[in-house]
Design a protein around this ligand. Sequence first.
Ligand code: IFM
Length: 459
Amino acid sequence: MTTYDIFPGADGPEPQAPQRADFGSDFLWGCATSSYQIEGAGTVDGRVESIWDRFAATPGRIRDGSSGAVACDHYHRWPADLDIGRDLGLNAYRFSIAWPRICDGVSETPNAKGLDFYDRLVDGMLERGLQPWATLYHWDLPQWLQDRGGWASRDTVDAFVDMADAVTRRLGDRVGHWITHNEPWCTSIIGNYEGWHAPGLTDLGTALQVAHHVLLSHGRAVPVIRANVPGAQAGISLSLHPLRPASAAPEDVAAMDRHDGLRYRWFLDPLYGRGYPEATLAQVGKAAPVVLPGDLDDIAVPTDFLGVNYYFPETVAHDPDHGPLGARILPPQGEITAMGWPVAPQGLSELLARVDRDYRPGPLYVTENGSCYDDVVTGDGAVRDVERRRYLMRHLAALRQAVAEGVPVKGYFAWSLLDNFEWAEGYLRRFGLVHVDYATQERRLKDSAKWYRTFLRGL
Ligand code: IFM
């Protein structure tokens, strides 16, 4: 069994450049962002503290000591940012709702000023020909909910459904596409077991209870979305990795399977009506979540699409001393980005084909895919991000392959429109197609953005 050689990196064959015409005329081409990473305006118009504000204020949690308090100041600069999206030729835009703008934990009613912001933003998208794709939860839980137990508490499920109700009542006449959660793996495991994301806890049992409540809140929110939004398209976005064992040795293959049980099947099996994987339940033992009668039926609510966020593959080795499953992710070999993530475009087509084959979830959308590099603004004001441009081009070639193989993928959202607050990495990491000078808030199209624009013009 090989590791990376079937995921061509820098040395892999150069694909034929993808063309927009290789995809259907109704294919969606977007960029994705999230509220905490770009909005700023942390205390404006009644927004309350989120778990990321609290986490960022804790010394040592964010690598550059920063926070999302100002970020890209998108809260005030959104018209110009949406202009950029329109001028790139996008036909869709994915954004998220900041729950702390909507629910302050004190008032009986949602915060009108918070809802007004998203109302203006959505109108702005529609005026510019951008189909709005709203994510209800992209990690910025109100701190007041964390103080009451956060996602480990069942009450947060109800609070999420109430927020989803308020938001979809207000925007549902104009927003048809709703993503309940972005990357439940990160919310649950990174935030509550690995602890390097907010709220910074390190307990597996808490993390798995969080994952269960996140999935339950998805299942309970979807019918509410459908009730409030005529013709709603509702789904969820998962971050997934194609996997390889470190070697053909049976223990590495078994370790990969254990890792897959938690990383992939733990989320997808219950979403598609199979409950939690038995083997993984046995492996996590007492850390297994409390599941009440009816929960699994709720989680398995029919959806209209599945969002797949793809960045890189993982190679898994047997290591009895590592984690609850005795499985360790090996450091990448070959080409990597500035995050240290392997560059493996073929992983995208492989992953989409696998998800389609395993679960038949219906339409698939790549709701995130992108790369981080140490960009430099040259004297003439250009950002010659050759590597990101190449990353984007090769991943679109891999997407074309998936489409050609009959995988029902219907759209692609590049991560991200703008450089932004990259969580525990602060502003040290840039993923944008558009460069942001945080001192002046000036935006500059990088060469990757110009390539995407040329691609979208069909040139
Ligand atoms: O910036 C994040 C995003 O918020 C979620 N998906 C991965 C991106 C890059 O790390």
